[in-house]
Ligand binder design. Structure first.
Ligand code: DGL
Length: 262
């Protein structure tokens, strides 16, 4: 079992930001990544649709022999992870907006959260906000339209900048000092966001924490790969292979990127 791959899925290319954190921390682990770009954005779908897509991705990763699954998508985590954990016999690691660290560190006591409609409307997101942000004003902003632009590789296009400036304004007007990126596609917007945001505003995402949690759950379950060689990596997309390759252009280890109908 130790030599089996870690499975990772997202509604598209966004979860590659999480894959990079995982590979950075555990280079000997093999991985299989599913980019369900054909069905992006998940954030505009119903809870039931998000659940069914998450089940489809999970079952494919299990067929491929994965020992643990990382749901590298806030929208799928907040809508489906409880079901997945109850119904499948492997550990699942999820990702949620990093409200807790932002709330703990905020001086202005105002934290902005940019995430999909599906994440912001989920009950898991609401309970996390209530439990970890007492005394903090959370300014929620749906990032509708951003995922399709990122899926087209338009991370710094004028259209993307215009949408971002519309989304940031209400949060900036209120005086946030932390911006939480609650979608795994959004870390690809950090260079543009950095240009647009005042220096005192900190941007925070959950990628590193997810990688650390993955490592610790593998260790707790005796599932870590003891190999000292670099892992093997397979990436599958159900749309354009070139788009996925674009988001992996800075990856230095060998990775196979293929089309798969799923
Ligand atoms: N990467 C997904 C997330 O973290 C994007 C969701 C979508 O496809 O709308 O929420």
């Amino acid at each position: 079992m130790n030599e089996c791959p870690i499975g990772i899925f997202d509604s598209g290319v966004g979860g590659t930001s999480i894959w990079k954190e995982i590979n950075g921390l555990m280079s000997s682990e093999d991985t299989i990544y599913l980019a369900d770009s054909k069905n992006a954005p998940y954030g505009e779908k119903s809870e039931e649709q998000i659940l069914q897509l998450s089940i489809k991705n999970t079952e494919l990763l299990l067929e491929k022999g994965c020992k643990l699954i990382v749901v590298a998508c806030n929208t799928a985590t907040t809508n489906a992870i409880a079901y997945l954990r109850k119904n499948y016999n492997v550990p699942f690691i999820g990702i949620e907006p990093a409200i807790k660290p932002a709330a703990l560190q905020s001086q202005s006591k105002k934290v902005g959260v940019l995430a999909t409609k599906g994440t912001l409307s989920s009950s898991l997101f609401h309970s996390t906000s209530e439990n970890h942000a007492t005394g903090i004003q959370i300014l929620e902003q749906e990032g509708t339209g951003l995922v399709p632009l990122i899926e087209q590789g338009k991370v710094d296009s004028d259209e993307t900048k215009q949408l971002l400036s519309k989304f940031l304004k209400p949060m900036l007007d209120e005086g946030i000092d932390y911006l939480v990126l609650g979608c795994t596609h959004y870390p690809y917007l950090i260079p543009v966001l950095r240009e647009m945001l005042p220096e005192n505003i900190k941007i925070i995402d959950s990628g590193e924490a997810v990688a650390r949690q993955t490592k610790s759950v593998l260790e707790q379950n005796g599932l870590s790969n003891p190999s000292e060689e670099n892992g093997k990596h397979q990436f599958y997309t159900n749309t354009d292979v070139e788009v996925l390759k674009y988001f992996l252009k800075d990856v230095k280890v060998a990775a196979e990127v293929s089309y798969l109908a799923f």
